[in-house]
Design a protein around this ligand. Structure first.
Ligand code: GYE
Length: 320
């Protein structure tokens, strides 16, 4: 006991590890899975105390959440950055406070003042979507592609990567992208954008690219209402990203032609990183999670993305 009689808490390995998690929001099924994964992994049972903040897709609220974690003096901060810019100042504050930051899912452009990032290669997801569409169109004898894109939230690296990847293939192949507007990664947003597309581009499009499953759900409602058919045997090729289980089921049913998986389970890897830091080790700076591509027909089984041949998974009951 130090002079003055105060008790000090020894930092033994048996101590509870406090973690603050500034989550994007609750916009999608993917997000729900990501939140649940973090809550399961960072449980009291596993020796953690989790401060979870749902930032409701508000960048200012997310910066404030991180600053509150600094005030609380948590041991580690996890950030899933709503947008990729505007991070350097607050990450410097984390660094000054000696709190290691782990970034998950979306990336940060303007700072590398974090320990590690765990997530997906969104550009590869967009490239894969384009390469699959090219192979599929060739197989079906479709010579003209007129695509409508429903983008994710503006400024999110997931949106930027998926948009850039698909556009790279579209430019190379001379496809037409009739429009590309944000649906904010929500079902309501997807429906609203698709309703306006159905009016403005009636009869002019044969491909709809939704940058997540919830937008695809909204787009399907809008197309149903407008009498536009999609999926296997439909007039429109419908593509989605995320591949949440109910939407892989829709691929199996032929409602969605292809779905490019995005893995929401970063938390177990983050726990490993924290354990490495606790042990005084240096974790890897970038860790990519593995993902698959699910397709409704087995006519295109492999595609080459970034020079590497990759397998498309034809969805059958066994895959689910
Ligand atoms: O695709 C979407 C979610 O950042 C990869 O955010 C994530 C995206 C995901 O709302 O469903």
């Amino acid at each position: 006991t130090p002079a003055g009689g105060e008790e000090t808490t020894p930092a033994t390995s048996g101590d509870v590890i406090t973690v603050g998690f500034a989550q994007v929001g609750h916009e999608s099924d993917w997000r729900t899975a990501s939140t649940k994964s973090a809550q399961d992994v960072f449980s009291a049972e596993n020796g953690y105390e989790l401060s979870f903040v749902d930032c409701d897709n508000d960048s200012a609220a997310q910066l404030e959440a991180v600053r509150n974690f600094i005030q609380q003096g948590v041991d580690y901060i996890i950030i899933d950055p709503i947008v990729s810019t505007g991070w350097d100042a607050v990450l410097t504050e984390c660094e000054d406070a000696g709190i290691p930051v782990i970034v998950i899912d979306r990336t940060i452009d303007d700072s590398d003042k974090y320990v590690s990032w765990v997530g997906s290669d969104f550009k590869v997801e967009g490239l894969a979507c384009g390469e699959w569409l090219k192979a599929y169109a060739e197989d079906k004898g479709i010579t003209e592609i007129n695509a409508l894109v429903i983008e994710g939230s503006t400024g999110a690296s997931a949106t930027i990567g998926r948009t850039d990847g698909f556009k790279e293939i579209a430019d190379r192949e001379g496809w037409t992208i009739l429009a590309s507007q944000t649906g904010d990664f929500t079902e309501a947003g997807g429906q609203e954008v698709m309703e306006s597309y159905c009016q403005s581009y009636a009869g002019q499009f044969n491909v709809v690219i939704c940058q997540n499953d919830n937008e695809a759900a909204g787009a399907m409602t809008a197309m149903d209402n407008a009498g536009v058919t999609y999926g296997v045997g439909g007039d429109v090729i419908l593509v989605s990203f995320d591949a949440n289980k109910p939407y892989v089921q829709m691929v199996m049913e032929g409602k969605i032609n292809a779905n490019f998986e995005c893995n929401p389970m970063a938390a177990p890897t983050v726990a490993e990183i924290i354990q490495q830091l606790e042990a005084g080790e240096t974790p890897e700076k970038e860790i990519y999670v593995t993902e698959s591509w699910f397709v409704a027909e087995d006519n295109v089984s492999t595609i080459t993305v970034n020079g590497e041949e990759q397998e498309c998974i034809y969805v059958t009951q066994e895959v689910l």
